[in-house]
Design a protein around this ligand. Sequence first.
Ligand code: PMP
Length: 374
Amino acid sequence: MEQSPLLPLREELAQVTPYGAPQLEVSARLNVNENPYSPSLEMITDITQAVSEAAAGLNRYPDRDFTALREALAGYIKRESGLDFPVEQIWAANGSNEVMTQLLGAYAGPGRTVLGTEYSYSMYPEYVRGAHSKYVTVPRQSDWNLDLDALLQGLQEVRPSVLLLANPNNPTGTASGEAELVQILQQAKETGPEINGRPTATVVVVDEAYGEFRDPEQPSALALLEKFPHLAVSRTMSKSFGMAGLRLGYLVAAKTVIADIMRVRLPYHLSALTQAAAIAALGHAEEQLRQLAELRERRDALAAWLEAKGYTVPKTQANFVLFGPFPDRHQVFSDLLDRGVLIREVGPAGFLRVSIGTAAEDQAFRKAFEEVTK
Ligand code: PMP
């Protein structure tokens, strides 16, 4: 056989392995913060019908601007946060991962820097690498809450074009309140790179992938959009909405931000099937949101259970709990896996993260955990 020629792989990818958590068929899958409940039969019926109708038009490209889906998202956002946004302020893509890569496509780039915080979402450095930009992180406090002073100083020193702030944060579960976000947004008004001698703003991306799990008295960052046009709030149907398999993430931001994203998006990025299924699913928002209170309750109970055993558990406002430290977290992880319970080795050294599952999965985790830590 002829020897294959060397391919011109980008040099910075030489040591990179494809990102992704294990997908294993075990009895309790608690490693990627999914909603544990399958869609209801009514929801499945509606989605099936919508997809079947859309299938009849698959010879045509889909609606490039997905206006009907943006309207349905506007309705959901109003239902969840009480706030009204026109479709021109709403954007969507195949998962919030794609939304954020589009944002970086518009605002990051060679020679630019993206700022984040330590112990945050592990995909952020990957997005930034894809945008040929530099990723810099600022430390968090010892309880993993945001270190506001470090972040404000980081903005000033690094002059990032984008700040990526997961709120609630993954994997710590910790969240910043409105007052902190306002200070960050105030500071970020002129901390971006200079263009033609003029200061720009840092685009502050508040990633609310777990936004609906926040404590009910905490407002969403959506409430700050009116005052801060350099804010972009990213959300997803993957977590609280229970539709991780659909791949639908969305963004709410100023019209100019959406218009800038449109400069880099690929045409027809959202398939007609995705659009149809998402609109049908959004018609069932009530039943999806009804599960939130139960998941939150079970999250707090699990956090308290782990704390009572002497573990450190940061205050979480998401659908997962970070806990530890363990002298050998990998051993605990694999002993749990041997018992059919899959969790995640992520975050600070010695810590593990478990997603909130069904009541039965929760019990399976507790039972297995007691066995392996006996
Ligand atoms: N942001 C955060 C903080 C996440 O944890 C995740 C999923 N793990 C995402 C974004 C991406 O979610 P999706 O692409 O499914 O919308």
